[in-house]
Write a protein that binds this ligand. Structure first.
Ligand SMILES: [Zn+2]
Length: 346
């Protein structure tokens, strides 16, 4: 085994320390992955900004949107071989509880999120439980494979929405997750409009072939009603986390529209419950993903349904992690930034 590897530790105050450390061998039931690429998630950005210090502490290695190759196998691991190209579904359900018993281990009450509650992928060798692995097909590059985790979020959201071909879809919020939700919804046959206030993101959304609107510049309700022949949107994804979006989602919903709550609302928003009653709207919570969403995400990338080149706007070596986070926080044209973790990454 390599004697020293590079790892980036979050130290608080918008700072990572990039260090050489001695790697640990994988424990029983674990595999060791040589990480190729790791994307920076919105959650990682929150952590960097100091919003999660209590949860993650000051010696945390972040990172869960990764791709890599298996470098070593712990005892008792079957079905995997050294060199296999993989991504990790970064959820450890932990001890038994009612959510697991009912088949919802992805939102287990004791869920441990790898890369937040334990060390993550912003290091060259990462040990993870073998049950978290998914195989990456040969025709998907390890660079593009770093998008599988956020894409699996989008696949979960669209699956839970029950979207049917031909339905009118509104995605509120055109950041990385919103854009991926829009791509998955379009591939599923939805007629997608993206609502977003950042003009750079609107320009990208139009370039990708989506209808767009800026709710600060037009009357978004009138626009959706006009587009849908006064019916309203059949499926609405709330991906922005702000009060005006919560107002919009109830105002533009068609009769029995499904509203999928993807965003994390830190504050309790005001919700027009009368509209839920009046139009028989349905609200669906959607958090992370299940194994089938990962498989769907992998198949969508392999089938070329997702424009990875449009999504990946920056790639830097792990040594430049501080610059990468700083830039991502400030650059309004950024979508997804990747860190190249291993020099020999393909
Ligand atoms: Zn993520």
């Amino acid at each position: 085994m390599t004697d020293q590897i590079t790892a980036a530790f979050y130290r608080g105050d918008k700072t990572f320390e990039v260090m050489q450390i001695a790697p640990e061998a994988p424990a029983a039931g674990e595999v060791q992955i040589e990480v190729a690429y790791c994307g920076i998630c919105g959650t990682d950005l929150h952590a960097y900004l100091g919003h999660m210090d209590q949860r993650i502490g000051f010696s945390r290695i972040l990172g869960h949107e990764m791709s890599g190759r298996i470098a070593a196998l712990g005892d008792g691991v079957d079905g995997w071989a050294i060199g296999d190209r993989v991504v990790v579904r970064p959820l450890d359900p932990g001890e038994d509880n009612p959510a697991i018993q009912r088949g919802h281990s992805h939102i287990s009450h004791n869920l441990k999120f790898l890369g937040l509650d334990s060390q993550g992928a912003m290091q060259q060798l990462w040990n993870v439980p073998a049950f978290t692995l998914h195989r990456v097909p040969e025709n998907v590059s390890l660079r593009d494979a770093a998008l599988i985790e956020p894409l699996a979020v989008a696949c979960h959201d669209v699956r839970l929405s029950g979207l049917k071909p031909g339905e009118d879809v509104l995605v509120i919020g055109g950041g990385p997750i919103g854009m991926l939700v829009a791509m998955v919804a379009k591939a599923a046959g939805g007629k997608v409009t993206i609502s977003e206030i950042n003009e750079n993101r609107l320009a990208l959304a139009s370039k990708l072939g989506f209808d767009t609107m800026n709710p600060t510049k037009t009357d978004p309700v009138a626009e959706i009603m006009q587009k849908t022949g006064d019916k309203g949107a059949d499926v609405i994804f709330e991906v922005s986390g702000v009060q005006p979006a919560v107002d919009l989602m109830t105002e533009v919903g068609a009769t029995r529209a499904r509203i999928v709550m993807v965003a994390i609302h830190a504050q309790k928003p005001q919700i027009d419950l009368f509209r839920f009653f009046w139009r028989e709207l349905q609200l669906i919570g959607a958090r992370v993903y299940e194994p089938e969403d990962y498989e769907k995400a992998i198949a969508s990338i392999a089938a070329g349904e997702i424009d990875a080149d449009a999504m990946i706007t920056d790639i830097r070596p792990l040594a430049e992690i501080n610059e990468a986070f700083d830039e991502l926080g400030r650059n309004p044209t950024a979508m997804k930034s990747l860190l190249k973790i291993s020099e020999q990454a393909l």
